[in-house]
Design a protein around this ligand. Structure first.
Ligand code: HEC
Ligand code: HEC
Ligand code: HEC
Ligand code: HEC
Length: 355
């Protein structure tokens, strides 16, 4: 009797353990030279389940560009003033479908006066229009001609599924023992690893100058004092890398040859694209999203009172390219309008060429 109880307990234990595993068969694709382990491993059953999530909606029929401009007809149009009245209403209809399909126009508008800016959502949406134009005009090294629209991040919801804000330190930050530096707090954002849960404040905020250095590997074989980076820095880097993998649904070898993680020449070109993605997010979070803090109501802010921000998952949502690389931008040239500044990208590229 005792023995059978024990074997039941063992069986239950095993069952509990295995529910954490993915059911086979798995598939793997070799992406690098033979023998260097550069493979992508995926579970086709789980990939198939994800497909519906990454479909772009059908475009609206085009509108005529004839007639007076929106800036002439309406009172308070600051970004989209060059569109014809027809194109303007088409854009309003599209952003309603992309961001607030259930709530409709009144999610951003006071129905008594559409020119009124009293709703925070409208003020945020205007900044979002500028941010989207910025991405499409100035961050082509990352988003290419594919570009982004509101749908890339919003997918039919006012609050995108993947956002982040600064995390309150757990444990006792004042004590010598007990400050966990955000570690051992399992979070999906870092693949449920024990790595720091908020690598984003460290690496995706503060602009190019204000952000911390991600590279941690030493250039010399033996410690010679030339590498200022410590174990804590490496743990933060790995936390960020776990996020990259999860956000794109790929293994580390999608961007790295693990023989030399830090060497550009030996790593796939996807790592270059990712490098620009990091710089793009520093720009978006620092220039557009974080400064919206005073505009949001308290319930939208993070635990430390900062504005909600974007990371790789905000656009990618588990796919190697958002919407598997389908471009919705071609149907919405108004969101591709040049924002007028390419200096940021150029200086970022210059910095990279130094390394
Ligand atoms: C996600 C937020 C959002 C939604 C939803 C939205 N709008 Fe707008 N709307 C804006 C923003 C932002 C502006 C200002 C654009 C600018 O400054 O270029 C604007 C401006 C307007 C204006 C110009 C008003 C004026 O006199 O200045 C009209 C008209 C308008 N929207 C109609 C609509 C209609 C109709 C719908 C529903 C089909 C709609 N909007 C849905 C954000 C939104
Ligand atoms: C790079 C990703 C990204 C893109 C592209 C984007 N947004 Fe956002 N949006 C965000 C994030 C992050 C937030 C903050 C979420 C929150 O409000 O909690 C946000 C918030 C908003 C909100 C406030 C919602 C609320 O209830 O608090 C509106 C409205 C909005 N976006 C409209 C737009 C429109 C319109 C576009 C396209 C012109 C757009 N967004 C494009 C990431 C994006
Ligand atoms: C989507 C592409 C991408 C994925 C996936 C990715 N990385 Fe990275 N990784 C990068 C980029 C880009 C850098 C360099 C960042 C910089 O220079 O600012 C980097 C840097 C690193 C570094 C620092 C290298 C150095 O020179 O010190 C390590 C270590 C690293 N990654 C490990 C990993 C691990 C482990 C994984 C899987 C959990 C992973 N990466 C997944 C793009 C990626
Ligand atoms: C504003 C939305 C957005 C954000 C945020 C974003 N990406 Fe992307 N990413 C894209 C788009 C769009 C493409 C497709 C570009 C194309 O088709 O050429 C892309 C492509 C890529 C690719 C190339 C994939 C391939 O197979 O060629 C990599 C790698 C990548 N992103 C990594 C990242 C990483 C890492 C981050 C976070 C640091 C990030 N992205 C953040 C929109 C975004």
């Amino acid at each position: 009797m005792k023995a059978s109880l024990r074997s039941l307990a063992v069986l239950l234990g095993l069952a509990a353990l295995l529910t954490g595993c993915e059911r086979p068969p798995m598939e793997s694709v070799q992406r690098g030279y033979r023998g260097n382990g550069m493979e992508q491993v995926a579970n086709p059953r789980l990939v198939a389940m994800q497909i519906p999530k990454h479909q772009a909606p059908d475009p609206l029929p085009p509108a005529s560009s004839e007639g007076p401009k929106a800036s002439q007809i309406y009172q308070n149009v600051q970004v989209l003033g060059n569109l014809s009245a027809g194109e303007f209403v088409r854009t309003m209809t599209a952003i309603t479908n992309w961001v607030a399909p259930e709530q409709g126009c009144v999610y951003c508008h006071n129905p008594a006066n559409f020119a009124d800016d009293s709703m925070y959502t409208k003020v945020v949406a205007r900044r979002m229009l500028q941010m989207t134009q910025r991405v499409n005009a100035d961050w082509k090294p990352h988003v290419g001609a594919t570009g982004v629209t509101c749908y890339t991040c919003h997918r039919g919801q006012p609050v995108p599924a993947e956002i982040w804000s600064a995390q309150a330190p757990k444990g006792r930050p004042d004590a010598m023992l007990g400050n966990r530096f955000g570690q051992n707090e399992p979070s999906l954002k870092v693949g449920y690893s024990s790595l720091p849960v908020d690598p984003f404040s460290t690496y995706l905020l503060g602009g190019e100058q204000g952000s911390n250095e991600i590279r941690v590997a030493s250039k010399a074989a033996l410690p010679d004092g030339s590498n200022p980076m410590g174990t804590k820095d490496a743990e933060h880097t790995y936390g960020l890398m776990m996020h990259f993998s999860g956000a794109l649904g790929v293994n580390c070898t999608y961007c790295h040859n693990t023989r030399a993680m830090g060497e550009w020449a030996n790593n796939p070109p996807t790592r270059n694209t990712a490098w620009y993605g990091i710089r793009m997010l520093r720009d978006l979070n620092t220039t557009y999203l974080d400064p919206l803090q005073p505009v949001y109501p308290a319930e939208r802010l993070g635990v430390l009172g900062d504005a909600p921000k974007a990371n790789c998952a905000t656009c990618h949502q588990g796919a190697y390219k958002p919407l598997y690389g389908v471009s919705m931008l071609a149907e919405h040239p108004e969101l591709a309008a040049p924002s007028g500044s390419t200096t940021k990208v150029a200086s970022a590229a210059k910095e990279k060429s130094k390394k």
